[in-house]
Structure formats: structure tokens, C-alpha cells
Design a protein around this ligand. Structure first.
Ligand code: DX5
Ligand code: ZN
Length: 216
């Protein structure tokens, strides 16, 4: 199996000690940091916004992998790019048509950062095939977005092979939701090369053991 990029989600970290929580996963072998932005409209939860990304940027040199679970992503692309995001992933379902999807991808690229597109559990993989040549990353959600600590939806992972078959060679295929040592293996065998994990890493006693177990 190819190498996998681990992106710990700080949603399950101790927000009162965020710089240290990020440093600890870096020392434990994480390459990226996953930042879950929720607006209370696209998903029924509110989490992190631009000021937090800006602060996190000052405290780490890890790749900031920002997952926008928001309506009207185009309104916030520039702010999140300026705050220091390296990758901005938006939701296919937040766009009313394919033209909108293309314009959001272009906007992200125009800000000189990497563009990702994500699909919720009920969205078929066919929906995003037209955009695979234009994005750097596809994020397959294996839980309904909104909260950490939910159970992995196996059916959603079965979308990965179709995406992989149609993807350019350097596309990053990321999975988010319910990732642990067992579900990580399933996703990787199906073709994922990046895994987001929140509660599995941050609720564990030993971050290094947890991250290492996702890479095996
Ligand atoms: C859910 C978020 C995830 C979440 C994952 O909407 O997008 O990134 O933090 O949490 P776990 O790994 O606990 O399922
Ligand atoms: Zn996420």
C-alpha cells in the first residue's frame, strides 16, 4: 500500500491548549493538521473560524488542511487563504450547480493554495467525477459532517475505488469520519492516501501509538 498522510482533526483536541496539542501530534508523526470549520447552517454545529486558523498558522509549520462545512464557501475562500490555510476543501453540496463548483475551485487556486472537494454520505461519487482534473484533493466523508466521534459508515468508503479509477495520478484521496486503526486499513486498501482522525488520536493516551497504527 502507498504512503498515507495523517491529518489529525483538532476538533477533538483541547482548545485551551491548542498550540501544544498540535505540537504533540507533530512529534507523534502527523504531517498535516485538519481544521473543521462549521457554520451552524450547512451542518448543525458551530466550530472554528478565520481567527483560529490565523493563530494556528503562527504556532505550527504543519500543512493546514482546512475543511469548510459552510454555505457560500466562495465568500470565505480569500479570508481562509490569507489566514494561512494550505488546502481549502469545500463541499460539493454547498454549491447549487456545477458552474458554482468550478468557480469555487478556481477561486481557491487563484489564492495560490490547494483545492479540495468533499462529498457527504448520501452524495454519489459520480457527482464529482467532472472535477477530478481540477482539484488537488477529494474528501470522502464517512460520517454525516457536523460532529467528531461518530461511527464509520462502511458504504461510504466504497466510493473510493470509483474516484481512484477516474483520478489523475497525483490526486489525494482523503477520508474523514470514524477513522481508527481498523477503518484506516479498510480505507487504505480501497485506495485512500490521506486519513483524517480526530477522536481516535486525541482521545488516546499515546498519540504516537495512535498515529503509527493508522500508517500500518
Ligand atoms: C466531522 C469532521 C471530522 C471530525 C472527525 O464533521 O469533518 O473531521 O473531526 O472526527 P472523528 O475522527 O472523531 O470521527
Ligand atoms: Zn473534517
Amino acid at each position: 500500500m502507498e504512503n498515507v498522510i495523517i491529518s489529525p482533526s483538532i476538533l477533538s483536541a483541547d482548545f485551551s491548549d491548542l498550540a501544544c496539542e498540535i505540537d504533540k501530534v507533530k512529534c507523534a508523526g502527523a504531517e498535516w493538521i485538519h481544521i473543521d470549520v462549521m457554520d451552524g447552517h450547512f451542518v448543525p454545529n458551530i466550530t472554528i473560524g478565520v481567527p483560529v486558523v490565523k493563530s494556528v498558522r503562527k504556532s505550527t509549520d504543519l500543512v493546514l488542511d482546512t475543511h469548510l462545512m459552510i454555505e457560500n464557501p466562495e465568500k470565505y475562500v480569500e479570508s481562509f487563504a490569507k489566514a494561512g490555510s494550505d488546502i481549502l476543501t469545500f463541499h460539493y453540496e454547498a454549491c447549487e450547480n456545477d458552474e458554482k463548483v468550478k468557480s469555487v475551485i478556481k477561486l481557491i487556486k487563484d489564492n495560490n493554495i490547494k483545492a479540495g472537494i468533499s462529498i457527504k454520505p448520501k452524495t454519489p461519487p459520480e457527482a464529482i467525477l467532472p472535477f477530478l482534473d481540477f482539484v488537488d484533493l477529494v474528501l470522502v466523508m464517512t460520517v454525516e459532517p457536523g460532529f467528531g466521534g461518530q461511527e464509520f459508515m462502511h458504504d461510504c468508503a466504497l466510493k473510493i475505488p470509483m474516484i481512484k479509477e477516474n483520478a489523475p495520478q497525483n490526486l489525494i484521496i482523503q477520508v474523514d469520519g470514524g477513522i481508527n486503526n481498523l477503518t484506516a486499513k479498510i480505507c487504505r486498501s480501497l485506495g485512500a492516501n490521506s486519513l483524517v482522525a480526530g477522536s481516535y488520536i486525541y482521545n488516546s493516551k499515546d498519540y504516537m501509538n495512535a498515529i503509527t497504527s493508522l500508517k500500518q
